[in-house]
Design a binder for this molecule. Structure first.
Ligand SMILES: *[C@@H]1O[C@H](CO)[C@@H](O)[C@H](O)[C@H]1NC(C)=O
Ligand SMILES: *[C@@H]1O[C@H](CO)[C@@H](O)[C@H](O)[C@H]1NC(C)=O
Ligand SMILES: *[C@@H]1O[C@H](CO)[C@@H](O)[C@H](O)[C@H]1NC(C)=O
Ligand SMILES: *[C@@H]1O[C@H](CO)[C@@H](O)[C@H](O)[C@H]1NC(C)=O
Length: 349
């Protein structure tokens, strides 16, 4: 026993902890050391690791604590860059949880029970180098405060967020991917407008009744499916001129809600309008490659929606066209359709 105590003290001094008088550090260190004595070998090469987690000695900057029934964030050694806490029953994130984890690059906390009133106002703010924060499938009702400006990929899907505070993403100049799907949003407001790097926005599975007006200009992918959108603004894709992929499936779009050339923009590659209430095929650009219109109420095939001129040099780039689950048959296709849609690999009627 004396030998063990000596070893422990030696180990603590190695880590520079014998200089600290903070009882919390000593206590949590001793507790994790004592309980994981069997793993001492691994610890001496990799460093301190809480008993309930795995810190592979071969990769000492990662800590795997996923799927272990945890109810609290464990002690995170300061050397960590990648921390996996998903699939637990963690209910909150106090301000102290990551106060010394300033080197974290990835923090995975999806599939927990985190509720907004249990998240400290500065719980994430010490993480000044954080790039990925996954908080999807929790019980959040608002975006956590003071998120680090370094985040590139923020996942908040599958929570119960009903509004975005105006300054929720302020200063997040690196944010490229934002997932807010399957929440309780009725509108987005101006919270996203100023995000200069945002390229993918997923707000599917909410309660939006219209296409958000204030979206950042660099968006490439806009996912709005499974909402209650009845109409799209005439010029929204002219303002969002970088958008290449847009998903509006499972909404309430009618012909009246789709202004004449709303989707006829040259940058678009993929357009999903399936499971709506359209009766006509909206005009699209000849550059469009994938068009999904299945399960609408389309009654006629209008070739002019794809090609206004059909000849050797004027044709559509459509590769995939889905029109099944509508009120037309292949007999409704005029002969020139074969010329206009000459690149199509698949047309489902
Ligand atoms: C962080 O470090 C400070 C100073 O060493 C210490 O007082 C505090 O308990 C540490 N927090 C955690 C969660 O380890
Ligand atoms: C989501 O929040 C609303 C209040 O904004 C509440 O009425 C509803 O019960 C919550 N839903 C779930 C699944 O917790
Ligand atoms: C789509 O836009 C192009 C270019 O603005 C235009 O030439 C074409 O006629 C439009 N298509 C339809 C069907 O209106
Ligand atoms: C048809 O093709 C010609 C030659 O490429 C081009 O100048 C013309 O603008 C095209 N017309 C349309 C409506 O795309």
């Amino acid at each position: 026993m004396r030998l063990l105590a000596l070893l422990l003290v030696a180990g603590l001094c190695d880590l520079g902890l014998c200089r600290t008088r903070d009882p919390y550090v000593w206590l949590s260190y001793l507790r994790s050391r004592y309980r994981s004595y069997g793993a001492l070998q691994a610890d001496t090469s990799g460093g301190d690791c809480p008993l309930e987690c795995d810190c592979p000695p071969s990769y000492p900057i990662a800590m795997y604590c996923n799927g272990r029934g945890l109810q609290h964030v464990p002690f995170v050694p300061a050397r960590m860059k990648y921390v996996y806490l998903q699939n637990n029953q963690i209910g909150g994130v106090p301000d102290s949880a990551f106060e010394n984890s300033t080197g974290l690059v990835w923090l995975m906390m999806h599939q927990n029970l985190i509720s907004s009133d249990q998240v400290g106002a500065n719980a994430f703010s010490p993480l000044t180098g954080l790039e990925r924060l996954y908080l999807d499938n929790n019980l959040l009702t608002s975006v956590p405060d003071n998120l680090p400006a370094s985040i590139r990929d923020l996942r908040l899907g599958g929570n119960n967020i009903s509004a975005l505070q105006e300054g929720a993403f302020q200063g997040m100049d690196e944010l490229a991917v934002l997932q807010l799907h399957d929440n309780n949003l009725q509108e987005v407001g101006g919270a996203l407008k100023a995000l200069p790097s945002l390229t993918l926005l997923d707000v599917s599975g909410n309660r939006l009744r219209k296409v958000p007006e204030l979206l950042p200009e660099r968006l490439h992918q806009l996912y709005l499916q499974s909402n209650a959108i009845e109409a799209v603004p005439a010029d929204f894709l002219r303002k969002l001129s970088q958008v290449q992929f847009i998903r509006l499936a499972n909404n309430l779009l009618t012909d009246d809600g789709v202004p004449a050339n709303a989707f006829n923009v040259s940058g678009l590659i993929e357009l999903d309008l399936s499971y709506n209430k359209l009766e006509r095929i909206p005009p699209v650009s000849t550059n469009l490659q994938h068009l999904y219109l299945q399960a609408n109420h389309i009654k006629e095939f209008t070739l002019g929606s794809f090609c206004t001129v059909v000849d050797v040099r004027n044709y559509s780039n459509l590769r995939v066209l889905r029109l099944d689950g509508n009120e037309i048959t292949s007999g409704d296709f005029p002969q020139e359709a074969a010329l206009c849609l000459r690149l199509a690999r698949s047309i489902d009627v």
